[in-house]
Design a protein around this ligand. Structure first.
Ligand code: 5GP
Ligand code: ZN
Length: 115
């Protein structure tokens, strides 16, 4: 989608610090990191949010993205201390970019529940 910020990052039109990529997903550093490790994992194809990943293809996509996020966490050295994977959906959750993304957060003690 031409006017989607994360599609533009996928296309290389907006720079990002990419930490992992495949044909179907990329992971890059959040521009406003809320933890020492804060990476976003997104599909290269535009999907607006987790609620829009439906059916068999949605199931496959979400599984792939979660595995990809777990591999990012491993590569960032977060396995032993732990980390959080979270996705905000819609306005009550504060989703600010309408392209599905999982936040991978770690490197400090995280509070629960989130605000
Ligand atoms: P959300 O609020 O939708 O769950 O998460 C969107 C995230 O995208 C935010 O944490 C925000 O800091 C991040 N973000 C917004 N614009 C950019 C950008 O241009 N580059 C990068 N790397 N991250 C961005
Ligand atoms: Zn997009």
């Amino acid at each position: 989608m031409a006017d989607c910020l994360f599609c533009r990052i996928v296309a290389g039109e907006i720079p990002a610090t990419i930490v992992k990529r495949s044909d179907e997903a990329i992971a890059f550093r959040d521009i406003d990191a809320r933890a020492p490790a804060h990476v976003l994992v997104i599909p290269t194809e535009h999907v607006a949010a987790v609620r829009d990943a439906r059916g068999a293809e949605g199931e496959r996509l979400l599984g792939m993205l979660l595995r990809f996020a777990a591999e990012v966490a491993t590569e960032l050295g977060l396995d032993s201390a732990g980390y959080r994977i979270v996705t905000n959906t819609g306005k009550d959750a504060g989703q600010s970019v309408d392209h599905l993304h999982f936040h991978v957060l770690g490197g400090r003690k995280l509070t629960w529940p989130p605000g």
